[in-house]
Design a protein around this ligand. Structure first.
Ligand code: NAD
Length: 482
């Protein structure tokens, strides 16, 4: 039942299209699943956890095949990211699912009201290639916890992980509750013709717009987790070594292919030169010197040759337009390798400063005054996160007020992704809606309002026609005081 097609790396499977009839089977499964007690949801979450713990070596192998991910990186970012979400959801699910009573204002006297969370129904998850396991299974946990049937469309550029997801889902879930549809954009396009209740998309801003428009045709609600372009601001009072180590770790893990990776660094001009030296030292401390990095088991690879060539050109164009190479620069697109690279002297007119870099190139630029730097960058797209390194609360508050973003981190980069208590997501160009933990549960739930009224006399009846003078006076009292 599968046909094959060519991708840049290997031959991933393309699943058969989902027919309207098959979709209806999912819908009726969703109707059954929503009526099941909480123990059923908890059972699936536990079964998923168990499968992941038993299959860690297989997950590492798939991620190594797709992205050359070091085993430790797979465990900490992809497997633990998901396990942490499962445990967080399992322990809080009773609280999240409980009805929320609301108080009764005087104007509503005689009523009782509460809100409850109901599953949306059948949800579609479309994923990217950079964290192909985490970014498919993370939203799946929220969708399942909220009681939905779910269809996953992983990225065609991480075929080993796509296949692994298919195996995992077949082993853990009934086929009409969760299924995986592998293949390229044509598979997403076909799926987006079906009447899903919610579409959760993680990927580029360009495709996000296409998915948003398709979801509008379905009247489906939508979550968009899009591009990062996260700036780092290093103030003069920062601990330079601490800041440099954190920036290097967050920029160069997964070879810079993370939506939460630092995109560029703005550094107070007074500490620019010493900071640049420390930044270079930290690259060597974490990944070895430039001769060793290519052999280092701790440094990943770019996803495919086309992406490696894009980065190669981005770097060379910047250097040709006057940027200065400060570290690295070795790039072998045919091997999908690019060394950790630091450049300075970039201008905002250069492509490298306009596009999301999404690779191991780090532009570092000085600023004379924090206020001016913030003012100049304030007009840009809203990033997923802003990372501020400073000891001063005043600086932090200035950055918070002047630079909008989905998240603000004080003295670290990227780690908020792994905090299940924090809603995760962007604004405008970096996304729409929130994921993770309780926010993820709410994303996949409809908040339903329930109101119980008395039979017979009610407060509202005082205002039914005919409108007497007494009712007029009551209405005046209501307008003025209640
Ligand atoms: P992409 O947009 O190219 O692809 C994402 C998914 O969309 C894939 O499954 C792909 O098959 C599908 N797709 C492609 N064209 C489509 C179309 N016309 N209609 C419907 N579906 C289509 O993104 P990518 O290259 O896989 O991932 C990289 C991007 O994802 C970066 O911009 C990165 O910042 C972003 N990202 C964001 C987050 C986040 O949480 N905000 C996380 C990871 C990656």
């Amino acid at each position: 039942s599968f046909r094959q097609y060519c991708s840049p790396q290997s031959l991933p499977l393309v699943s058969m299209p989902l027919t309207t009839g098959e979709f209806e089977v999912f819908r009726s499964c969703a109707r059954n699943y929503r009526r099941k007690p909480i123990t059923v949801r908890l059972k699936y979450l536990s079964a998923l956890e168990e499968w992941i713990l038993e299959n860690l070596p297989v997950i590492r192998k798939a991620l190594s095949d797709d992205l050359g991910k070091p085993a430790m990186e797979s465990d900490l970012t992809e497997a633990y990211g998901v396990l942490g979400e499962i445990r967080h959801a399992r322990s809080r699910l009773p609280e999240w699912m409980a009805d929320q009573p609301v108080g009764t204002p005087l104007s509503m006297i005689g009523t009782r009201a509460w809100s409850c969370q109901e599953p949306k129904g059948v949800c579609l998850l479309i994923g990217p290639w950079n964290f192909p396991f985490l970014l498919m299974v993370g939203p799946l946990i929220s969708a399942l916890a909220a009681g939905n049937a779910t269809i996953l469309k992983p990225s065609e550029f991480a075929p080993a992980t796509g296949r692994l997801l298919t195996q995992m889902v077949a082993a853990v879930f009934p086929a009409d509750l969760v299924c995986v549809k592998e293949g390229d954009h044509t598979v997403s396009e076909q799926l987006l013709t079906l009447p899903f209740d919610h579409v959760f998309f993680t990927g580029s801003a360009r495709v996000g717009k296409i998915v948003h428009a398709a979801a509008a045709q379905l009247n489906a609600s939508v979550t968009l987790e899009l591009g990062g372009q996260c700036p780092v601001i290093v103030c003069a009072d920062a601990n330079l070594e601490d800041a440099a180590r954190k920036i290097v770790a967050a920029k160069f893990f997964n070879c810079g292919q993370a939506c939460v990776a630092p995109d560029h660094v703005l550094v107070d001009a007074r500490i620019f030169d010493p900071f640049l030296n420390i930044l270079r030292e930290q690259v060597t401390a974490l990944f070895g010197d430039s001769q060793q990095i290519e052999q280092s088991p701790d440094y990943g690879r770019l996803i495919h040759r086309q992406h490696a060539e894009r980065l190669h050109k981005l770097l060379n164009d910047a250097l040709a337009s006057g940027a200065v190479l400060r570290l690295g620069g070795i790039s072998r697109p045919e091997q999908r390798f690019m060394a950790p690279t630091i450049i300075t002297g970039t201008a905002s007119s250069m492509r490298i400063r306009q596009e999301e870099i999404f690779g191991p190139i780090l532009p570092v630029e000085p600023f004379e005054s924090l206020e001016t730097a913030l003012l100049e960058s304030g007009g840009q797209d809203i990033p997923l996160a802003v990372y501020a390194f400073t000891r001063s609360r005043t600086n932090l508050e200035l950055i918070r007020d002047e630079r909008r973003s989905g998240a603000l981190l004080w003295n670290d980069c990227a780690v908020h992704f792994l905090h299940p208590g924090l809603p995760f997501g962007g604004r405008q160009g970096s996304g729409l809606g929130r994921a993770h933990g309780h926010a993820g549960f709410l994303t996949f739930s409809n908040q339903r309002s329930i109101l119980k009224q008395r039979i017979g006399w009610t407060g509202i009846r005082l205002f039914y026609p005919p409108y007497s003078r007494l009712k007029r006076r009551l209405a005046d009292l209501l307008l003025r005081w209640f």
